[in-house]
Design a binder for this molecule. Structure first.
Ligand code: SF4
Ligand code: SF4
Ligand code: FES
Length: 227
């Protein structure tokens, strides 16, 4: 007789389901019959589309996780965070200076931070979100860029902020400023651009363009992969 699979109880938007143990929240929701048309992207923990909040009975804390990465547990009460509009500035990066005044021009609300640390506590990437907002308040663009480097823009921090700061948009402005105006230009990139312009790869590109899909697949699968 086939071994019976252990099942767990979960509640999705208040409705009870029994789902197999060992699934991610995303797979468990699909098992329960939900089809994702939103709130799902890469399924690999990178795109930030699947922020989910949940509670366990007897625990006052509101917990969060990425649905594609977090395993279901017995008695999880789950809700997905729907898309909601965020304050997002538009700018021409070339015209900006990497200074405090640029941050304050586009996101003056960073000065309203109350220091409650909710943003850091909720971040599924375990980033020091409050610290990078503090760095933004000081105009320390480099620090914001480094502290926020692994942000996947899931939006969970902004959903909790009493000061209505959209942390991830502040952070991406800082990373853009850092990349364009502070980080030293990569010498190897400049060299490669020169080589491309000089036609060093023309012959190889022509060869690739004549290949059919199977030949390209074979070449791709046999490529050198960095360890
Ligand atoms: S900083 Fe905010 S948007 Fe970025 S990963 Fe953390 S919670 Fe998500
Ligand atoms: S949630 Fe908002 S107010 Fe609280 S520490 Fe983070 S940025 Fe500041
Ligand atoms: S689906 Fe992309 S992070 Fe979960």
């Amino acid at each position: 007789m086939a071994e019976e699979r252990k099942m767990v109880n979960i509640y999705i938007m208040g409705k009870h389901y029994k789902v197999p143990y060992g699934l991610t929240i995303m797979k468990a929701m699909e098992y329960a019959g939900y089809r994702f048309v939103r709130g799902c992207g890469c399924r690999g923990g990178f795109c930030g589309a699947c922020g989910t909040v949940y509670r366990k009975p007897g625990d006052f804390r509101l917990k969060v996780g990425l649905a594609c990465q977090t395993m279901v547990e017995d008695n999880m009460y789950l809700t997905q965070i729907p898309f909601y509009p965020a304050n997002k500035a538009t700018y021409n990066l070339e015209e900006l200076t990497p200074t405090l005044s640029t941050i304050l021009q586009y996101y003056p609300e960073v000065t309203r931070c109350l220091g409650c640390n909710q943003c850091t506590r909720i971040c599924p990437q375990e980033l020091k979100v409050m610290d990078y907002i503090a760095a933004a308040q000081r105009g320390d663009i480099e620090k914001v860029a480094h502290l926020s480097f692994d942000c996947i823009m899931c939006g969970l921090c902004a959903s909790r902020c009493p000061a209505e700061i959209v942390h991830y948009n502040v952070a991406i402005l800082a990373r853009r400023l850092y990349g364009r105006h502070i980080a030293p230009p990569a010498k190897h990139l400049a060299k490669r651009v020169e080589e491309i312009k000089a036609g060093k790869f023309d012959e190889e590109i022509q060869k690739l363009m004549k290949m059919n899909k199977e030949e390209l697949q074979k070449l791709y699968n046999a490529r050198d992969i960095e360890p």
